[in-house]
Design a protein around this ligand. Sequence first.
Ligand SMILES: [Cu+2]
Length: 311
Amino acid sequence: MSSRTRFRTPAVVLTALVTLIIGVLGIAPAQAAVNTNPNAQTWKVLVGNQTPDMAIQGMRFLPGEIWIHQTDSINFVSNSAEIHTVSYGTPPLPPTSIANLEADAFTPVGGPVFDPTAPWTNSGILAPPVPHAPFIQSYQLKFAAPGDFTFYCLIHGEMMNIVVHVMNKQATLPHKQAYYDWQASVQSGQIIADGLALEAKTLAKSSPTHIFVGAMDDQAMVMRFMPSPDAVRKGTTVTFDMSANQGVVPHTVTFTDLKQGGKLVDSGVLLPAFAGGPSTFNVTFDQTGIFHYLCEFHDDMGMVGQVIVTP
Ligand SMILES: [Cu+2]
């Protein structure tokens, strides 16, 4: 929780106060105040994006490349329900197990000023507020020295990266914030279109006995069971399949009202085969009814399904 407090700098409040005081005193917008600290700009970068129903999750920093002055700050703002980090240094690879995820991604490392000589800088988990979870909604980092630095998301790997070009104070920057905002909205649309195409492609490959558990390419994830709802005859075996995920993501198939052998049917954690699996889960429906299941990691994004079993 300390990280959450630490990165919530009072800069915005101070700026508001200064504006208010200037307003009260009737002083013209003070150039002098600007000149005393000409590089105190805070840039905004969105982390991830999503459709309103959360089915499509984008895995990009928006923008993915930014030019700032030294002593500027970047405020990385969570923009999706999927969790992300802002990370620099080693370990450079996405975690392949839940244990690694907790050890590396969840632990904030570093102070409010970026230190490129430190072995490892990490924001902790950026996500919407979740009760009792140590998630942060934004992460502000100040850049003291010039250089080119590539940050990435520890959860989604080096493909989700942002290159930060920190220029000296005299350099002319190529873009203003408005340009990055425009670029972010264009790219956000492209990522969502890609995710929707991936969902359609995955659905086209599916069948009543072959349900895909999510899908993922290099920039978008589909947080859905495809197809759902599904309908089969009693006695049918249905395979739940992780193979549409080209990146590491855990899902579960957890039934809430289908018991077999006295227990609710539950796949446990599924992973894509290249990440060690298990990547498939078979269920033989031996009773008629409507059975509901969910992914324990992503049900809050609407990753729930149902199977209708007829005689
Ligand atoms: Cu899931």
